[in-house]
Write a protein that binds this ligand. Structure first.
Ligand code: NAD
Length: 485
């Protein structure tokens, strides 16, 4: 499907269309009646666009009981059968591309063509992860035979953020279910709708209790992190919440995959392709309002190309079109929720108070949670906009003359998700990239992910590895079989 075709499917009354879907939580393969309802706000106009179920803590117990009951049967199924069910799940998501994209647009405020592309890539992710295998290792031991195998863990609690409601959920689902685990998905309360639909799609594909979806506030997520019936938490979100989860999971020694915040630096050398850089930055860091874990959040530019970079970016920023996510003319994504909007706004205010110069943007727009895409110069380390993750459409640009000092600056701070070097000399770029303290370091690109490649984390940007067979392995335990013969 051409992503622009999605606009032909926008219902006249989005709220009524969502109501008619009768989205419900899925526990043990069936609807679970909620304790109450939560408002889902569309960030383009800040109006309530839908209501979603609010789970009580008893729903956590019920979902855990269902997932535990389903675990032995699912874990015993041959790998090929679990793979086949995931492939069927991918096919069903593909068939539901239109409604899922409309729901992502409604709940995340995302321009619909971006929402349609998220569903498209989610299907690819499930297919790629479903194709993974976990290698067995055999050891030659004197007088015996030893073999290291992978075994499923049990029930996985998956807790997701709002910035990729489907793609970040399906990776967790595929990793866990292929390994033989059963799963409870609890999406962000800001974006529960598409996850509810995923749960309903899964009912026809997975045995009862294998894949459960509950929606609710942070206390529902927190209850999962302490629950004795859950073996592992697979979490994507901020570093601050990741630390709370690690502490909450400690008494039951749950396995953890934590995919956390980033404050990625890009370093631009004098021979870089500036057009490629500006196009990439605009697409990955600005147009989606910076709401991507591994996009450039600090830009270190050699002073000889500073003017070319600032004018190239300013030109692109001026072309951003703001409006309803259901309008094909809209290209810019709003900030997803008011709390995040206030945070980004306070970082801008603070950077201006620290003497920063605003080259473009720097003001909120007159509707919805939009902030005009903003470029800052004249700010350095010690200013929160540079030192912390902004997760918003505002880019600090820092000039440098000495590459070693730029690498040291890029490595400051506690986060280490991604980083990039921009240069025509790819061999030198790779040498410099290897000096970045980040899970991934790119050359002449940034934020390029595929489920076929592993995603590791450095420093406080996470624990574990996602994607490729690593992500699947993270959802299993190793077992050594050692026989005397
Ligand atoms: P967040 O940490 O505020 O929330 C993430 C999820 O955790 C939400 O569902 C939230 O309701 C839940 N939660 C909050 N408190 C909890 C608790 N005490 N126990 C259990 N669950 C709890 O993050 P966010 O604002 O939703 O997402 C943005 C952040 O996610 C950014 O920092 C971004 O960099 C990060 N992120 C990282 C990756 C990655 O792969 N590393 C990918 C996407 C987003």
């Amino acid at each position: 499907m051409n992503f622009d075709d999605i606009y032909a499917h926008v219902p006249a009354d989005m709220t009524r269309w969502i109501e008619e879907l009768a989205l419900a939580m899925t526990i043990d393969g069936a609807d679970a009646a909620p304790d109450g309802l939560i408002d889902v706000i569309n960030a383009c106009d800040e109006k309530v666009i839908a209501k979603a179920p609010n789970a009580g803590l008893h729903h956590v117990d019920e979902a855990v009981a269902a997932a535990r009951a389903a675990f032995p049967g699912w874990a015993r199924k041959p790998w090929a059968e679990r793979r086949a069910r995931l492939e069927a799940f991918a096919d069903a998501i593909e068939k539901a591309q239109v409604p899922l994209a409309l729901l992502i647009g409604a709940e995340a405020g995302r321009p619909l063509r971006r929402a349609a592309s998220e569903v498209f890539f989610s299907v690819l992710y499930v297919r790629t992860l479903a194709a993974q295998t976990l290698p067995e290792t055999t050891y030659d031991v004197a007088g015996g035979q030893a073999r290291l195998v992978h075994k499923p863990l049990g029930v996985v609690g998956a807790i997701a953020p709002w910035n990729g409601p489907v793609i970040l959920a399906v990776a967790k689902i595929a990793n866990a279910l292929l390994s033989g685990d059963t799963l409870i998905l609890r999406p962000s309360p800001f974006t529960p709708l598409s996850a509810l639909m995923l749960g309903m799609i899964g009912r026809d594909i997975f045995p009862r209790g294998v894949f459960n979806v509950i929606t609710g506030d942070a206390d529902v997520g927190a209850a999962m992190t302490t629950h004795a019936g859950i073996a592992k938490i697979s979490f994507t979100g901020s570093t601050a919440t990741g630390k709370l989860i690690a502490a909450a999971a400690a008494p039951t020694l749950k396995r953890l995959t934590l995919e956390l915040g980033g404050n990625d630096a890009a370093i631009v050398l004098p021979d870089a392709d500036i057009d490629l850089l500006c196009d990439t930055l605009y697409r990955t860091s600005i147009e989606n309002a910076g709401q991507f874990c591994a996009c450039v959040k600090r830009l270190y530019v050699h002073e000889s190309v500073m003017d070319a970079v600032t004018s190239g970016l300013s030109k692109r920023l001026a072309a951003a079109t703001i409006g309803s996510c259901f309008d094909p003319a809209t290209t810019m994504t709003p900030i997803q929720n008011r709390k995040q909007f206030e945070r980004v706004w306070s970082l801008i205010d603070d950077a201006a108070a620290h003497g920063g110069t605003i080259l473009a943007g720097g003001h909120p727009l007159d509707h919805g949670l939009f902030i005009a895409p903003t470029l800052f110069t004249g700010v350095g380390h010690g200013v929160p906009l540079v030192d912390e993750e902004q997760f918003g459409p505002v880019m600090p640009i820092l000039p440098f003359t000495d590459i070693d000092a730029a690498i040291d600056d890029a490595n400051r701070g506690e986060l280490g998700l991604g980083g990039s070097i921009w240069t025509a000399d790819v061999a030198r770029g790779l040498d410099l990239a290897e000096r970045l303290e980040s899970g991934t370091a790119w050359v002449n690109q940034h934020g390029a992910f595929t489920a076929a490649l592993p995603m590791p984390f450095a420093k406080q940007s996470g624990i574990g590895v996602d994607y490729a067979h690593y992500g699947v392995a993270e959802h299993s335990r190793l077992m050594l079989l050692n026989a005397r013969v």
